[in-house]
Ligand binder design. Structure first.
Ligand code: C2E
Ligand code: MG
Ligand code: MG
Ligand code: MG
Length: 288
């Protein structure tokens, strides 16, 4: 009996490996097809100035509208797109759409986009991005690039020159998911970042964890000392907001302010707040 069960388990294992490989290869071909098909779309998460409670910008978060899988999270498709070498195309496609969407917003609102470590090491990246900005007629100083702390451990010289050339064009650069990666404090000094985004793991646990509170306090103090403004990511509750109000000058984002939304929903919401240009046309022009 034991033997039989062992055998079944063996078959099951083989079968699951096989289906995993099949899933992976379907994922890869789906991503390749989906980029030119326009299946990758921008969603937008609000960024709030805690001092005023006002919306000051949006972070674009890519989603994959897959015909077979439904709406897919970037945590699944970004690593695959990086591995199969299509991340630059994917990124270009969603950034191009985002720039066109954001052009309808009030010009005081900023747009943040996430950039993969692979793109950071492309010597043409800054130029490609500039081309997109010119094509969309979007002012570089409304754009903020987010680089995760974990992209900094390799080829730091290349990353530094990239950040510098982005900044020379007026684009701002922020350090994303700070506190979880491998960067050292000296990199904060030598890389010319414009902002630090505290990783949501510290923010979510702020009300119940003394350690998280200590870490958040330290990062805020670090930001003040280095002249770097701070964004708190992952604000989900009023309790967390209450804790964050103890600091001054913070920006915040998170599900407390709503889930990331499509361009259309975002435009409709901005229209209600009188933060949309040419209201009617913009809402109509924005793809669902
Ligand atoms: P991120 O840049 O740190 O983005 C924040 C992530 O946290 C988003 O997940 C967002 O939906 C989620 N989030 C925001 N507020 C809350 C909250 O209050 N609670 C919780 N539990 N989660 C919250 P998402 O959209 O799944 O994105 C995951 C990551 O994928 C992003 O992390 C970003 O690093 C990456 N990503 C997204 N779009 C792109 C892209 O176009 N290019 C690249 N290279 N990476 C992208
Ligand atoms: Mg981000
Ligand atoms: Mg983050
Ligand atoms: Mg993240």
């Amino acid at each position: 009996h034991a033997k039989k069960r062992g055998r079944n388990r063996y078959y099951w294992f083989e079968h699951s490996m096989e289906s995993e490989l099949r899933f992976r290869s379907e994922l890869e071909s789906g991503i390749r097809r989906g980029i030119p098909a326009g299946e990758f779309v921008p969603y937008y998460e609000k960024q709030i100035d805690l001092a005023t409670g006002e919306i000051v910008g949006f972070e674009m978060l890519a989603r994959w509208n897959s015909p077979s899988l439904g709406l897919v999270s970037p945590d699944l498709f970004i690593p695959v797109a990086e591995e199969i070498g299509v991340i630059a195309d994917l990124s270009e496609s969603v950034i191009r759409q985002a720039l066109l969407d954001a052009r309808h917003w009030n010009p005081k609102l900023t747009l943040s986009v996430n950039i993969s470590p692979v793109q950071l090491r492309d010597p043409w990246f800054a130029q490609k991005l500039l081309k997109l900005l010119v094509e969309a007629n979007f002012p570089p100083n409304r754009l903020e690039i987010e680089i995760t702390e974990n992209s900094l451990h390799e080829n730091i010289g290349l990353v530094r020159s990239m950040i510098t050339s982005l900044k020379n064009q007026g684009i701002r650069v922020s350090l994303d998911d700070f506190g979880t990666g491998y960067s050292s404090l000296s990199q904060l000094r030598t890389l010319p970042f414009d902002r630090i985004k505290i990783d949501r793991s510290f923010i979510t646990t702020l009300p119940d964890s003394k350690d998280s509170a200590t870490i958040v306090q330290s990062i805020v103090a670090l930001g003040e000392g280095l002249g770097l403004p701070i964004t708190a990511e992952g604000v989900e509750s009023e309790e967390v907001l209450h804790e964050l109000r103890k600091f001054s000058g913070l920006k915040a984002q998170g599900y407390l302010y709503g889930m990331p939304e499509t361009a259309r929903t975002t435009a409709e919401e901005l229209a209600q707040l009188d933060l949309l240009l040419e209201r009617a046309e913009a809402v109509a022009a924005t793809a669902p």
